[in-house]
Write a protein that binds this ligand. Structure first.
Ligand code: C2E
Ligand code: CA
Ligand code: CA
Length: 611
């Protein structure tokens, strides 16, 4: 007998039987089987008196044994009213049917479902009675469990929907200007482009960048910089035709999509915007500043491949860069020829350097600690790639990885990093065998089948435990080739390696991906962490991400933890790990846990000093 059905034996059983001999026989039978709380009723009124004290907790009543011909009572009505109590607390009924009484309860239903009844004839056969009682009680138990699970599921879904809605709102808008932000702009642009694609309509995208914005930030501080952006946003908005899509997509970058407008019309509007900004004056105290903008234009008619929003924004941005390199305060219309010339020039410069670096070992790895926020111990180190130039300058990955990705050289880099990271682990002394590493994989890493064999062969040869490797992949990489990526991840995980979803929140695709994606860690993008202490919206977002990740059984890592105060705040929010300059910059040597523990402890002891 299970604990649950044992508990049911303590529930109240009401015997509503006017025949005293039969009632006593039933009581004796049930008591002998361990049922403890049995009470008698000899008419309808007494049943109600027994049930009344439990009106608030009908679930305490196990069941009713009811003689269908009980005086002063309509048995069918009783069954119906018991069935209509709260769904999870219905009371089943064993009906004792005297031979001379015709009873028809089969149609006895309620809004909550069937009234649970079991008919047996009098005189009562004790075996049959016990069977009926046991059957009804276990059915009751089973229904209660199911209802409780359903309720729990509904609550969980409701909580998730609230978080999702909250996130969707916060995520759609730029806090400073109230304009759309990058991700909602891209989303809406995608819808418009799909439509325009079908109808062959015109359309143009203006990429507006404030010239020398960093200068005003440096000279006057961020507050003044922010005010300038707000005023410029208001100014430009006044020129924008109603119904256009206008967004702030970066610090000093705005995007404007004009539906059904030709290249000529877009150019005219760009000139008006440029002219308005040129004539605008901005005062801070005594000082008067003027501002200017560079504008790049991409149109639907000249870029067949630009029907993807990201690509169209990129084209307009590239045109804007041309406008800037042509002296700023300028307008440039995108042309694929301009671009290919520029890119080709960059590729021609970098490709031989990357090849040489791979061949002659001008690449090397640095390591940044990822710290457990509960106690300050280092959980693992992220491996970051560096290149050394001919003149011994340090080159960071953002300078050469995009070229490598464009030219296919990235595959060689991915394999180089994997092999060298494993070699590094294998060469560590035995007392450091607990050290583990997180390796970045490029977005195209899974397109090459030899990645899996390289990892497994290298692990096997070096005797390094697969559990010491985590691979970081970005959301975009994961989503772009969803099925293939998932398949490869599962294969690499089967070796024993772990996975992390990098830059989480930066693209904000969807929590649904997270649900179906086999990753162990979620790395919350640095943009939510950098200003965490001063920005309540970021705190809400991080809290929600943590909540959702925890529900899905994934650990969270915060990037860009730049102050110990941020680390403490993250710990309070429930983030599991922190990584950033607060604990250590990427370095060729591994930081010791003693340092990270001390940093966290010092922050705890004097939080005001360290924030
Ligand atoms: P990521 O994977 O998001 O790496 C984090 C970047 O943030 C690193 O830049 C790191 O140095 C920097 N960082 C860490 N803590 C802080 C902080 O507190 N404040 C600030 N401002 N920055 C911090 P890094 O090393 O320049 O790498 C840039 C990106 O290049 C990486 O972004 C990653 O996407 C890529 N990358 C780096 N190494 C590799 C590699 O081995 N293979 C591939 N495929 N990509 C790599
Ligand atoms: Ca990373
Ligand atoms: Ca990252």
């Amino acid at each position: 007998m299970t604990i649950a059905s044992e508990a049911l034996k303590e529930k109240l059983i009401i015997i509503a039987e006017h025949n005293e001999i039969s009632a006593q026989k039933i009581v004796t039978t049930l008591k002998a089987k361990g049922y403890t709380d049995i009470r008698l009723a000899s008419n309808g009124d007494e049943i109600y008196q027994l049930i009344k004290p439990y009106s608030d907790q009908p679930e305490a009543i196990g069941l009713l044994v009811l003689n269908a011909s009980l005086p002063g009572c309509k048995a069918q009505e009783i069954c119906e009213s018991l069935a209509s109590t709260r769904a999870a607390s219905f009371i089943p009924v064993v009906i004792l049917n005297d031979d001379d009484f015709i009873c028809d309860f089969d149609h006895c239903r309620s809004p909550c479902g069937d009234c649970l009844t079991y008919k047996i004839n009098t005189p009562v056969n004790t075996q049959e009675l016990l069977l009926a009682v046991k059957f009804l009680l276990s059915l009751k138990l089973e229904r209660q469990l199911r209802l409780r699970q359903e309720e729990q599921l509904i609550n969980e879904l409701a909580a998730k929907n609230v978080i999702d809605a909250k996130l969707k709102f916060l995520i759609a808008h730029d806090e400073l200007t109230g304009l759309f932000n990058r991700s909602s702009f891209e989303r809406q642009l995608r819808l418009i482009l799909n439509r325009s694609n079908k109808t062959q309509k015109d359309g143009a995208l203006l990429f507006i960048d404030v010239d020398r914005f960093s200068l005003i930030n440096e000279l006057e501080g961020f507050e003044v910089g922010d005010r300038l952006l707000v005023e410029l946003a208001i100014l430009v908005r006044k020129q924008v035709p109603p119904g256009s899509l206008f967004a702030r997509i970066g610090a000093d970058e705005f995007c404007l999509f004009l539906e059904n407008k030709t290249k000529k019309q877009a150019q005219t509007l760009a000139e008006t915007i440029k002219y308005t900004v040129d004539n605008f004056r901005f005062f801070t105290g005594e000082v008067c500043y003027s501002a200017s903008v560079s504008i790049g234009i991409a149109t639907l008619d000249n870029a067949i491949s630009a029907f993807h929003p990201g690509e169209m924004i990129l084209h307009a941005r590239q045109a804007c860069n041309f406008a800037k390199s042509n002296g700023r305060d300028n307008i440039w219309i995108y042309s694929s020829e301009d671009l290919s010339v520029q890119e080709r020039r960059r590729d021609i410069y970098w490709v031989p350097l990357i090849r040489k670096a791979l061949r002659e070992n001008h690449l090397f790895l640095v390591f940044q600690p990822v710290v457990q926020l509960s106690d300050g111990y280092i959980s693992h180190y992220e491996v970051l790639l560096r290149m050394r130039s001919e003149s011994n300058d340090l080159i960071t990955p953002d300078q050469f990885i995009p070229v490598a990705e464009r030219t296919g050289l990235i595959h060689g880099i991915d394999l180089w990093v994997v092999e060298n990271a494993i070699d590094f682990l294998a060469a560590l002394p035995a007392y450091m065998s607990h050290v583990s590493l997180a390796i970045n994989l490029s977005s195209s890493a899974f397109q090459y089948p030899d990645l899996l064999s390289t990892i497994s062969d290298k692990l096997e040869m070096s005797w390094v435990d697969a559990g010491r490797l985590t691979f970081e992949i970005t959301e975009t990489a994961a989503v772009d080739n969803f099925e293939n990526t998932r398949h490869m991840i599962n294969k690499i995980r089967a070796l024993g390696c772990k996975f992390a979803l990098d830059d989480f929140g930066a693209g904000f695709c969807s929590f649904n991906y997270l649900k179906t994606f086999p990753v162990d860690y979620v790395k919350i993008d640095g943009q939510f962490i950098r200003n965490l202490l001063d920005n309540e919206t970021d705190q809400i977002l991080v809290r929600s991400m943590v909540e959702i990740a925890a529900k899905l059984g994934k650990k969270t890592i915060a990037e860009f933890v730049e102050s110990p105060g941020t680390a403490l705040k993250l710990r309070e929010i429930g983030v599991n790990f922190g990584q950033g300059y607060a604990f250590g910059k990427p370095d060729r040597n591994l930081l010791d846990s003693k340092v990270s523990i001390a940093i966290l402890q010092a922050a705890q002891q004097s939080p005001l000093l360290i924030n």
